[in-house]
Write a protein that binds this ligand. Structure first.
Ligand SMILES: CC(C)(COP(=O)(O)OP(=O)(O)OC[C@H]1O[C@@H](n2cnc3c(N)ncnc32)[C@H](O)[C@@H]1OP(=O)(O)O)[C@@H](O)C(=O)NCCC(=O)NCCS
Length: 151
């Protein structure tokens, strides 16, 4: 039997941004501009991590903590590496960080059509707490707001 690939989590770095921009463009109808990642890398309130396989970035997460809230802003995994636990690992790492930062709850928005992401968040214990109508400017789609109480 072939050994499973070894993914590991690393700090996001400027040198990863070319790879991250490629993933971002594949994963979202409207990609974050590179400058947004650059700003997040400089911001003291940002939590930015990548999942790597050797030198290759296969996924990433970007989040903030503000007072007692942790907010997940962006998470993506390259399509060919999905359903291998990478998204769950990145989220778990992020939730551990929220817990260490004394956040009391985690919040995120997700497109109503994004069943895979919704299932991931539900697996981690997030619950839907509301809808933001027309939240996504590109498609006009609603966002489901999901929350997890941090223990
Ligand atoms: C959402 C996303 C990050 C999930 O990443 P992933 O690495 O494939 O997720 P994981 O392999 O860690 O999945 C963990 C669990 O989430 C659930 N899940 C993930 N993707 C799913 C899918 N497409 N359908 C159903 N359940 C899914 C499952 O419960 C899964 O556990 P299992 O494989 O043991 O059944 C990935 O699909 C992605 O990058 N999507 C495009 C970008 C995006 O939509 N980001 C979220 C914006 S809010």
């Amino acid at each position: 039997m072939r050994p499973l690939p070894k993914f590991f989590i690393d700090q996001m770095k400027l040198e990863y941004l070319d790879q991250i921009m490629t993933i971002e463009q594949v994963c979202f109808p409207t990609a974050w501009p590179r400058q947004v990642f650059e700003m997040e890398l400089k911001s003291p309130r940002s939590f930015t991590r990548v999942s790597k396989l050797g030198d290759m970035v296969v996924g990433y997460v970007v989040a903030w903590t503000v007072y007692d809230e942790g907010h997940i802003l962006n998470i993506a995994v390259l399509p060919e590496f999905r359903r291998m636990g990478i998204g769950e690992d990145l989220m778990t790492d992020c939730l551990d960080y929220f817990s260490r930062s004394h956040a009391k709850y985690a919040l995120l928005e997700v497109r109503t059509s994004n069943i895979g992401a919704i299932k991931l968040y539900e697996k981690l214990g997030f619950k839907s707490i509301g809808i933001r109508r027309g939240y996504y400017n590109d498609t006009g789609e609603d966002a489901i707001v999901m929350m997890l109480t941090i223990k």
